[in-house]
Ligand binder design. Structure first.
Ligand SMILES: Cc1cc2nc3c(=O)[nH]c(=O)nc-3n(C[C@H](O)[C@H](O)[C@H](O)COP(=O)(O)OP(=O)(O)OC[C@H]3O[C@@H](n4cnc5c(N)ncnc54)[C@H](O)[C@@H]3O)c2cc1C
Length: 312
């Protein structure tokens, strides 16, 4: 870090939540640092196109991430590259460890995001963004009039299937067990749509194709038998809806966690530890998107400013 190992506001994670927090922190004249372990932009940096951020249609994921970083830095925030390995309360504020050095900060925003739980089938990584998706709200539009499979049996998977049923021609839910984990009410709603069918005791084990998915291998979990179905290239998508894993390890002793694994905050994004705020996908929340992450970040930094002023 150029100006010593201290700052007023340290944001761990340079995704949309982190850089929105940095923008608001810097504009409030706080000495603001973003600590990022990889490429700024977070999850969105790996996405070809973001089409649902208000006012900025058809923008590349990497580009919007870069613009968020530039905007925050123009306002005076700094980025430090490195992975936080520990966050602990210090005499004043917090000490954040990265490698063999540490940064102390008056307040911290935890914005380390979440990672989608993988579906665990062969070919999953190779077809990510080319037929395999983890978010119907993000990518559903690319499957208008097409055939989609949704993997998972929880409430999230049912929500994804219902959302996709308004866009895709046909939606098939692929459920590993012999029943849904989702609530009965949610499952009943599936039956109200004419284009959703369900395959219980079934797993996708492999996908194959040239550029796009052309073959999907399904396993019958009762018999172990594997059968392969063929599709026209570009006509089919797989939505993995087996859950998100919020990256909370670094702060697990300082925060309360909700049943979905996310951090519990109040409306000010405050956690149960004074001076520690959480923003974005790392929180327990119903909609994990760029727009909600950015909103959380703005609120968290504003609350951190009030906290540092002794007004929160
Ligand atoms: C393929 C894909 C497509 C998507 N498409 C859309 C879309 O079209 N529209 C939309 O609104 N949303 C989309 N999303 C969801 C959106 O990307 C997330 O909701 C959003 O990025 C969450 O922002 P965040 O800042 O909370 O977390 P993240 O984006 O996850 O950022 C967290 C950052 O923290 C860093 N970090 C984690 N741990 C540490 C550590 N220990 N030390 C330092 N840095 C750390 C990570 O490297 C990462 O950069 C998509 C997600 C994916 C995966």
């Amino acid at each position: 870090m150029e100006q010593g190992n201290e700052c007023e506001l340290l944001i761990v994670g340079g995704g949309p939540a982190g850089y929105a927090a940095a923008l608001y922190g810097a504009r409030a004249s706080l000495d603001t640092v973003v600590l990022e372990q990889g490429m700024p932009g977070g999850q969105i940096a790996t996405s070809d196109e973001i089409d649902n951020y208000p006012g900025i249609p058809h923008i590349g994921g990497a580009e919007i991430g870069q613009r968020m970083q530039e905007h925050a830095e123009e306002a005076g925030a700094r980025t430090v590259y490195g992975m936080a390995t520990a966050i602990s309360p210090a005499e004043i504020g917090f000490s954040v460890q990265l490698g063999d050095r540490s940064i102390t900060a008056g307040a911290v925003v935890a914005a380390m995001g979440a990672t989608p739980r993988p579906g665990g089938f062969e070919g999953e990584d190779a077809f990510r963004g080319r037929g395999v998706s983890y978010c119907a709200t993000c990518d559903g539009m690319f499957y208008r009039g097409k055939r989609v499979f949704v993997i998972g049996g929880g409430n999230t998977a049912v929500e994804e299937a219902l959302y996709l049923s308004r866009i895709a021609d046909r939606v098939t839910m692929v459920v590993r067990r012999d029943e849904f984990r989702a609530s009965r009410g949610a499952v009943q709603r599936l039956g109200e749509r004419g284009n959703i069918d369900v395959r219980l005791l079934t797993s996708i084990v492999r996908i194959e194709g040239q550029t796009f998915i052309e073959r999907i291998a399904f396993r019958d979990n009762r018999t172990g038998e594997v059968s392969v179905e063929a599709f026209d290239p570009g006509s089919v998508g797989i939505f993995v809806a087996t859950g998100q894993v919020p990256q909370t390890e670094l702060v697990s002793g300082l925060v309360d966690l909700a049943p979905d694994g996310g951090i519990v905050t109040d409306d000010a994004m405050a956690t149960r530890t004074p001076g520690l705020f959480a923003a974005g996908d790392i929180r327990s929340k119903g909609l994990r998107q760029v727009v909600t992450a950015a909103a959380d970040g703005a609120i968290a930094a504003t609350s951190a400013y009030r906290y540092l002023e002794g007004r929160l």
